[in-house]
Design a protein around this ligand. Structure first.
Ligand code: SF4
Length: 86
């Protein structure tokens, strides 16, 4: 399980992320958001947070690397007691 976070305050609307991972999309505000049917996507103040349990983490990491302002982060979330506590 991993969590993808977009810091929408840092996002510049460059959309390099979309070409790396099609779960990223242009939101109504012209900034990146995450669209994933059936997955948990939360909008928080200044952030979009989604959690996935699939084999596409590498795609998300490529999007994070491609993002010029570094607005995307990908991290492991705790599962089966083996993840880091937050
Ligand atoms: S690449 Fe980064 S700055 Fe560009 S739209 Fe995606 S999240 Fe925003």
């Amino acid at each position: 399980m991993y969590r993808v976070t977009i810091d929408t305050d840092a996002c510049d609307g460059i959309f390099a992320c979309l070409t790396r991972d099609d779960r990223f999309a242009e939101g109504e505000d012209g900034l990146a958001t995450i669209e994933a049917d059936g997955e948990t996507v939360r909008r928080e103040d200044g952030r979009v947070v989604a959690e996935f349990d699939d084999d596409r983490r590498a795609d998300a990491e490529q999007a994070a690397e491609a993002c010029p302002p570094g607005a995307i982060s990908v991290e492991t979330v705790g599962e089966l007691g083996g993840g880091p506590d937050e």
